[in-house]
Design a protein around this ligand. Sequence first.
Ligand code: MRU
Length: 347
Amino acid sequence: MTELMPLKYENEILKLLDQRLLPTEEVYLTTRTIEDCFHSIVDMVVRGAPLIGFTGIWGMALFVKHNPKATFEQFARAAEYLKSARPTAVNLAFEIDRCVEMARLETHLNAVYPKLVAHANFEMNNLYEKNLKMAKFAESELQRIYGDRPLNVMTICNTGVLACGVLGTALGVIINLHNQKKLKKVYASETRPYLQGSRLTSFELLKANIDHQIVVEGAASYLMKNKLVDAIFAGADRIVENGDTANKIGTSSLSIIAKHYGVPFYIVAPTSSFDLNLKTGEQIEIELRDPNEILKYKEHHIAHPEAKALNPSFDVTDHNCITGIICENGIIDPMIPGSVREILEKK
Ligand code: MRU
């Protein structure tokens, strides 16, 4: 099977693999403007915290390309517009704010275009190294707990190439374990309502030839009670100062069940997913999405046409349910006060 490439910039056009159609169709959507980028993020053509961050950089580059005479103020306003596409993943704001800082240094805005292009390419390649470091930290941690025994692991949502552009965070850990022959099996939570687990993670696992089964969210307790899972790895959209972590809806309940059954539960995320401006998870804005994502599958009603639904896209996992937060600088024990800030300040 061919390698997945969720985003490519060719001839000054951003091509985005339309993740809404996966795994049945692999179609690239042509994205020419900042508005196209905005809608691609809102409509989940691209998704996953790091990938929407990279799309944010490309969006700002496209803005400059089409508005070479724009003022810095217009650039800054465009940045605020693009940042508003999705509120929970801090990576989008983090990457766009860096673009604004870069533009601030230029006398003429159009000089920042080649720099943004180079920056986007650099950051995506650089994430591969970071993901690999996280995967190695996780491997050592599991070795410490379980020795050499091949492990059964569980994950939620999609945190692989389709979410990062390269290897992946939690899925990067899993792929590395497989490459090291330390993986037995993966349970991929289907991740209602958008089905990132059954549509995207399973697709990536199939491409990597990794033995796995899709499970419904409600199977978590069954799996852990029956000792079918040795460890759980999840990604993050925003990790705040005390270690509370926003990630795909259902992550928090998974962590609570894991704590109940004594299964190690890890968050895996690059430092661009941390937000030290917020002290606790209560301050994180949770994106509420269209109820139709729950009520319908594509155009087919699942529930009665008059039924209503509430669709929070993320939840906050309490730091005391997290065994460790793995980033490129090391593993954080979120129960130790100050440990998040300490590891982020480590060079
Ligand atoms: O709504 P999505 O698909 O963008 O949500 C993605 C997640 O929740 C991921 O776990 C998170 O962004 C980390 S991706 C490395």
